[in-house]
Design a protein around this ligand. Structure first.
Ligand code: FA5
Length: 341
């Protein structure tokens, strides 16, 4: 058996020295250490030996097995390093002078409407701000005149973190921070991702986008609000669309409105995308409540302002004729790339 052991060791070294890739190395591993490999067979044959001889041989075979394993692991590293070197030095390396392949990748429909809206509002003097997705109770509710236990909280259940923070339910959560950052006068929009713990259907998602806007200055009135909403909608849709403005309650505005558009999927007849009403709630808005201005450090004797919270995801649905909101979070390239211009 000792002679056999020496022969196997020599054969293993010879085969290792002759191979040049990982596939061949795997074959060597199977031939020596696999279920029916020669080293494994040696170990099985030990059962036919007894006493002191069995102990000594057992140690020698296990030593050979360990040697083979270590030699294989080292050869793997060696082969990988050689392959890398070959790729770096060969024609497979990048030619950075080649033109970019612009066919790969496209903007998500929500990104496309967001970019368009940013352009529209920037041209009207609005600054564009960003805000966190994780915030706290104060910014999401209390600073917006929604104290604890206020019934309006029922409309916006969210996801709470162990540290007491929460995922923002609406972009209005940024109002206070923006008022404090810029003071008055200010015109700002702030698009962002929102989260709600609610059942999803063709027009409701648990993760969706809104775009908030505020304008605070001397003598701002509902006429200014209506002007900006009309301008925004006509620029986004570039066609006449039916709009209705009706009273709406939000504790952070007074008066408050719901701005709905006639559903562009069914033409107003009613379908799952508009909950069969023919209308889609798109952009609630109103005059900022004095309590909210005060919380943001704004002098309410001098300044008034309006705010709106546009449903960006729903706007993308209407603009691109997407019947089911869930398609927008689907990650399906087949669905999402077809809107790219
Ligand atoms: C709000 O979130 C208020 N913060 C809006 C606001 C801002 C009012 C400033 C007044 C002044 P509401 O919950 O209605 O309101 O949501 C606003 C819009 O976001 C809706 O009209 C709708 O277009 C969109 N939206 C709301 N919930 C969802 C949802 N689950 N999935 C998709 N879009 C939604």
């Amino acid at each position: 058996m000792t002679t056999k052991l020496t022969e196997i060791r020599a054969e293993f070294e010879a085969r290792l020295a002759a191979l040049s890739d990982l596939d061949a190395l795997e074959q060597v591993r199977i031939a020596f250490l696999g279920k029916k490999g020669s080293v494994t067979e040696l170990l099985k044959d030990l059962k036919n030996v007894s006493g002191e001889e069995k102990r000594v041989l057992g140690q020698e075979i296990n030593l050979l097995k360990r040697e083979c394993e270590e030699r294989i692991a080292a050869t793997v590293q060696d082969l990988k390093a050689k392959e890398l070197e070959r790729m770096v030095n060969s024609a497979e390396s990048y030619d950075i002078t080649l033109p970019a392949d612009l066919s790969t990748g496209s903007y998500h429909p929500i990104t496309m409407v967001r970019k368009e809206l940013v352009q529209i509002f920037a041209s009207m003097g609005f600054i564009v701000e960003d805000y966190f997705e994780v915030t706290d109770d104060y910014h999401c509710f209390e600073a917006l005149n929604i104290p604890k236990n206020h019934p309006a909280r029922d409309m916006q259940d969210t996801f709470y973190l162990d540290n007491g923070q929460l995922l923002k339910t609406h972009t209005s959560a940024a109002q206070n921070a923006i008022m404090r950052k810029y003071g008055a006068p200010v015109r700002a929009i702030f698009p962002g991702r929102c989260f709600r713990n609610e059942s999803i259907d063709a027009c409701h998602e648990n993760t969706f986008f809104q775009m908030e806007g505020i304008m605070i200055d001397e003598n701002i009135s509902i006429s200014n609000l209506i002007y900006f909403m009309k301008t925004m909608l006509s620029e986004v849709f570039r066609k006449d669309i039916k709009v209705r403005l009706r009273p709406g309650f939000f504790p952070f505005v007074e008066p408050g409105f719901e701005l709905d558009i006639s559903c562009l999927i069914c033409g107003g007849d009613g379908c799952p995308s508009c909950k069969n009403s023919g209308w889609l709630e798109l952009c609630p808005c109103g005059m900022i409540h004095p309590n909210v201005l005060t919380a943001g450090g704004i002098d309410t004797d001098k300044y008034t302002g309006f705010a709106f919270g546009l449903g960006l995801t729903r706007l993308a649905m209407m603009k691109y004729g997407i019947k089911d909101i869930r398609d927008l979070n689907s990650g399906s390239l087949k669905t999402l790339t077809q809107f790219h211009k």
